[in-house]
Design a binder for this molecule. Structure first.
Ligand SMILES: [Cu+2]
Ligand SMILES: [Zn+2]
Length: 176
């Protein structure tokens, strides 16, 4: 009866490796795929939980106009082009005004501007100001949530949307 012992040890080792892999790359809290006003695929939004810290949002876009663009989490998970007004206003459970530079700000959904390069590519990484459980509850309420990219830069101050102009890409956030 020597065979079961190495078999059990091997299983334990495999589980240990699986656990380490899971800790290194946790399952996303939320994911979404951007579409432009004309319906073209334009990249992804992912929110990933962090060990010992708040979740981090990562936006990666392609095929968008070069320049500096406002990006926000909006309060409704509906992206009906071309205007994407169905996504509602900024995610704002605390009833604040818009923008980190606004004395009465900011919205939970407010994010830094994203620069899109001459090839149409842009990336944004931002730690969220709340923990995973709080964010999950706010994103996945009855009407969901979406990430929106705007035509112009967000001035971080002007209510309700930082003068960031038209909505040019939108991604409905889905759990996991
Ligand atoms: Cu917005
Ligand atoms: Zn806002």
């Amino acid at each position: 009866m020597t065979r079961p012992i190495p078999a059990i040890a091997g299983t334990a080792l495999a589980l240990a490796f699986a656990g380490a892999a899971a800790a290194a790359t946790p399952a996303p809290l939320a994911t979404g795929t951007f579409a432009t006003a004309s319906g073209a695929a334009a990249g992804t939004a992912t929110i990933v939980p962090q060990a010992g810290g708040n979740p981090v949002l990562h936006v990666k876009v392609s095929g968008l106009p070069a320049g500096v663009h406002g990006v926000h989490i909006h309060a409704v998970g509906q992206c009906e082009g071309p205007a994407f007004t169905t996504a509602g206003g900024h995610l704002n459970p605390a009833g604040h005004q818009h923008g980190k530079d606004n004395p009465a700000g900011m919205h939970l959904g407010d994010l830094p501007n994203m620069t899109v390069d001459a090839q149409g590519n842009g990336e944004l990484t931002q730690a969220m100001p709340v923990d995973a459980a709080t964010l999950r509850a706010q994103l996945f309420d009855a009407d969901g949530a979406a990430v929106v990219v705007h035509a112009k830069a967000d001035d971080y101050r002007t209510d309700p949307s930082g003068n960031s102009g038209d909505r040019i890409a939108c991604a409905v956030l889905k759990a996991g």
